[in-house]
Ligand binder design. Structure first.
Ligand SMILES: Nc1ncnc2c1ncn2[C@@H]1O[C@H](COP(=O)(O)OP(=O)(O)OP(=O)(O)O)[C@@H](O)[C@H]1O
Length: 622
């Protein structure tokens, strides 16, 4: 793993993100527009929340009048009865506000949680259906950060900051109206203060938004870096690179901190500035108002009510500007989530799917297939490949490393579409089949067995969740896995750990083979990896494979030539081209490349075992 600050891919990604984060004059309301499809599902909740919001704001405004009455009619007129009555009124208002606040807080927070949960679900279901090359082009840590950090941010914004902002906006508007009604001259003083507060707030808010997107990106970088190191911890430790990784990680963390520092500096500045300006305006107002009370042009209660409203407006404006930055962050997060959701999957179901005709004797056909991986547009991984596989036939694929054998599987499963030519299954172009119809009859046994961190039942049942326990056990027996599974601490209920860390290589493979057997596929795609196993496990796995291959069309990537001896036909690939085809014997004569591979393999086998290799399966001849 290279130092990520020097990794060109990473630098590229970061710089292109930076290009994205140039200040865009996106008004924060646009994020609400983007979120509208999610919010509009809960119109009733929104209406309830809005009603509670308006209700509590009106009561807050009424409290100002309460204050005036308590002072003028109660305190200043020295009437105890009036004071009691007025205070009683204020208390009723306070209780009503408490109830309104409860309803508002509950509904708004509910909305935030619900919308972010829906978004999380949508993002995940979108990702799971995405074409696999998307995950080669995008760092998994960054994708995860979209799914967790960005949605969490929205949850808190919708659930609190947004309602806070709306509430403040309402009280500011109402407060201003009440100010105008109470005293025009004083209001003019307040009005001078408002633009002085708002203009710098908006300008600074924009900067905060840009910085916050950068800040989230760098947190995502930190996450993906840590994720990779943790997954590869054994390699890191075996090469004693712990200190190097700690330093590299720390550099990443500091980079994220530097960006965050810039952001918080701007936010603190914003907050300080707003508070200073707001209180200066209030001080000026109290001075003017105090003068009016002294000269008898205004009552004490009126001034108190006025100060109450003015404070309400000032805190309201300060509050709005404070969460303005947050809302801008939410706008950034929403933009990124929507970008992700708008990214189309390049591999999807056709509009009109063809049905499968399983009576066709030609099971698979490659017609002049040429394919480049998206990240390697200069080099064809498969070039002008023609191949026909009949129903029930076993075809072995051999060739040097990088010849394109695994690529062939990826194309059959339609993880990628070829740039030229077409692939047919049962006579139908696979791009015209529903993805499920195409993939259901296939089972892939990859070179590296893939297991989920769950128990044996779950892992074997993965392709057929409805299989009965007896069927799972039968599949495990057929895969020669039953004995070792029963030896596990909890048998089939044993948890296998992340990617099956608690099993040996050969055991993992046999679980994966049991999964394929249970799936009962028509087409078996085997990336044989017996070379990594000892003789005993290899024998077990080979037995399991022989069981699995019975009566199915099988394409098998043969790393060991023992396998090809049992195949109906062997195809030799070299640099993405099909260079020879035939049986073991005919290829020994016709293909120099095959002969060389065979010589090397059998020579090393003889050397290793001190005897001639015995193929497990029967030798097929011309
Ligand atoms: N995801 C990918 N993106 C870009 N290039 C790839 C990708 N996967 C494979 N390649 C390239 O495509 C070519 C064919 O690879 P492929 O994995 O099909 O070879 P292979 O014959 O299966 O090799 P091996 O026997 O070593 O597994 C190689 O040059 C490889 O570098």
């Amino acid at each position: 793993m290279s130092d990520i600050t020097k990794d060109p891919a990473m630098t590229d990604a970061t710089s292109s993100d930076n290009a994205d984060t140039q200040p865009k004059p996106v008004p924060p309301v646009s994020f609400l527009a983007q979120l509208w499809p999610y919010l509009s599902r809960y119109k009733k909740v929104m209406t309830g929340a809005a009603t509670a919001l308006i209700f509590t704001s009106l009561i807050t405004l009424a409290l100002g009048q309460g204050v005036r009455l308590v002072i003028d009619d109660g305190i200043l007129s020295q009437s105890m009865t009036a004071l009691n009555q007025m205070l009683g009124l204020v208390l009723i208002l306070v209780v009503a506000m408490a109830i309104g606040t409860f309803v508002r807080f509950y509904l708004v927070t509910w909305l935030g949680e619900r919308v972010s949960a829906d978004l999380r679900n949508d993002v995940f279901s979108h990702l799971v259906r995405m074409h696999p090359s998307y995950f080669e082009e995008n760092q998994s840590g960054e994708i995860m950060s979209r799914l967790t950090t960005d949605t969490t941010l929205l949850q808190s914004i919708i659930g609190s900051s947004l309602s806070f902002a709306l509430r403040n906006a309402l009280t500011v508007t109402g407060g201003l109206i009440m100010l105008f009604v109470t005293n025009l001259k004083l209001t003019a003083v307040v009005m001078l203060g408002v633009p002085a507060v708002l203009v710098p707030a908006i300008l600074l808010g924009r900067k905060v938004r840009t910085l916050s997107r950068q800040s989230q990106d760098s947190v995502a970088d930190v996450g993906s870096y840590a994720g990779e190191v943790i997954r590869q911890v054994k390699t890191v430790q075996s090469y004693s690179r712990e200190q190097f990784e700690i330093n590299a990680f720390s550099a990443e963390v500091n980079r994220a901190f530097e960006v965050a520092k810039k952001r918080i500096r701007q936010r603190s500045l914003l907050l300080g500035l707003v508070i200073m300006l707001a209180f200066t305006a209030i001080a000026a107002m109290v001075w003017v108002g105090g003068y009016d009370v002294m000269t008898g042009r205004m009552s004490g209660g009126e001034l108190a009510a006025f100060v109450f409203y003015a404070l309400m407006v000032a805190f309201g404006v300060a509050g709005v500007s404070e969460v303005y930055g947050e809302i801008q962050r939410a706008a950034g997060a929403t933009e990124r989530l929507m970008e992700l959701l708008a990214e189309p999957s390049l591999i999807k179901d056709p509009d009109q799917a063809q049905s499968i005709d399983s009576s066709v004797s030609e099971h698979l056909r490659f017609e002049s297939v040429r394919f480049f991986y998206p990240s390697r547009p200069d080099r064809a991984a498969l070039n002008d490949l023609n191949l026909v596989v009949k129903r029930g036939e076993t075809v072995a694929l051999v060739g040097p490393s990088g010849a394109g054998k695994s690529t062939l599987f990826e194309l059959i499963l339609r993880f990628y579409d070829p740039q030229k030519g077409r692939i047919l299954m049962d006579g139908a172009d696979i791009s015209e089949l529903a993805l499920e119809d195409l993939r259901r009859p296939m089972a892939l046994v990859p070179q590296q067995p893939v297991l989920f961190s769950n128990n044996v039942w779950y892992n074997i049942r993965y392709g057929r969740p409805d299989a009965t326990d007896d069927e799972v056990i039968a599949a495990a027996r057929a895969a020669h896995a039953y004995e070792f599974i029963m030896d596990l601490p909890q048998g089939f209920d044993s948890d296998l750990g992340e990617n099956g860390v608690r099993l040996s290589g050969g055991q993992k493979q046999r679980i994966v083979i049991a999964r394929a057997i249970l799936n009962d596929p028509d087409i078996l795609l085997l990336d044989e990896a017996t070379s990594a196993l000892d003789a005993e496990s290899e024998y077990q796995v080979q037995q399991a494979l022989n069981e699995l291959m019975k009566n199915r069309t099988t394409l098998i990537i043969a790393h060991r030539l023992a396998t090809v001896l049992g195949a109906d036909r062997t195809v030799v690939l070299h640099e993405g081209e099909l260079v020879a085809e035939g049986t073991h014997r005919s290829l020994l004569a016709s293909s120099p490349l095959y002969k060389r591979l065979a010589d090397l393999q059998f020579a090393s086998d003889n050397h290793a075992d001190g005897q001639t290799m015995q193929p497990v399966a029967d030798v097929k001849d011309d």
